[in-house]
Design a protein around this ligand. Structure first.
Ligand code: AMP
Length: 219
């Protein structure tokens, strides 16, 4: 089964994608994580992406499409993947459709998480993640069960993203509404769009998403 998480920055895509990854044995593919790794490693792609990401704008379609094309061709993706942060433009979605069709695959479900814009800035400002395994946390909504210890892997080092600030948030939200929101009618027209209330608490959102995914799995 191949899924896409869709929603604005701060909706909880990464957190929920990780939960679905372990529940259904899917591989989580986050273009944001891949680009941050490229920036940290100082690769050519990282050099091109660094300033764009810091400004909250979208990296070029060519770059992210080539990253994803390479990644989904790897053997671990054959049993299913969950895309988190890709596609973000209709051009990316069309490129994804073309590459999946070429390998006899398809997108089975697009999981939209709806969240009010007003709630997003606060969510983004409070978020941090485990440096070791990437598990996502939030100062207000989702702290580790034991202070300073990752629930998933037990590590004690956490990081905060440089682009998670109020200044960049405006640009990221604008990019979402102008460039990514058109994916909603795109996938609705293909009959694969499912929406859940991303304002509910984290466990309730997981419950709703799992109900949706179970329904897709039965078809
Ligand atoms: P994310 O971790 O998904 O919030 O992504 C962080 C940043 O990486 C975004 O603000 C963009 O600058 C860039 N990025 C990630 N995924 C994409 C994508 N599919 N298309 C363009 N830019 C992306």
């Amino acid at each position: 089964m191949n899924l896409i998480m869709l929603g604005p920055p701060g909706a909880g895509k990464g957190t929920q994608a990780k939960r679905l990854e372990s529940a259904y044995g899917l591989v989580q593919l986050s273009t944001g994580d891949m680009l941050r790794a490229a920036v940290a490693a100082g690769t050519e792609i990282g050099k091109q992406a660094k300033a764009v990401m810091a400004a909250g704008d979208l990296v070029s379609d060519d770059i992210v499409v080539s990253i994803i094309a390479e990644r989904i061709a790897e053997p671990d993706c054959a049993s299913g993947f969950i895309l988190d942060g890709f596609p973000r433009t209709v051009t990316q979605a069309e490129a994804l459709d073309a590459m999946l069709t070429a390998s006899n695959q398809r997108i089975d479900g697009v999981l939209e998480m709806t969240v009010d814009d007003d709630a997003l800035v606060g969510r983004i400002a409070g978020r941090f993640s485990c440096t070791n395994c990437g598990a996502a946390y939030n100062d207000e909504l989702n702290r580790p069960k034991v202070e300073n210890v990752c629930d998933l892997c037990g590590a004690s080092a956490f990081t905060r993203r440089k682009d998670d600030n109020a200044e960049t948030m405006g640009a990221r939200l604008a990019a979402y509404h102008a460039q990514t929101a058109p994916l909603l009618p795109y996938y609705a027209a293909r009959g694969v769009l499912r929406s859940v209330d991303g304002m509910a608490d984290i466990d309730e959102v997981t419950r709703q998403l799992r109900a949706v995914v179970d329904g897709i799995g039965e078809n």
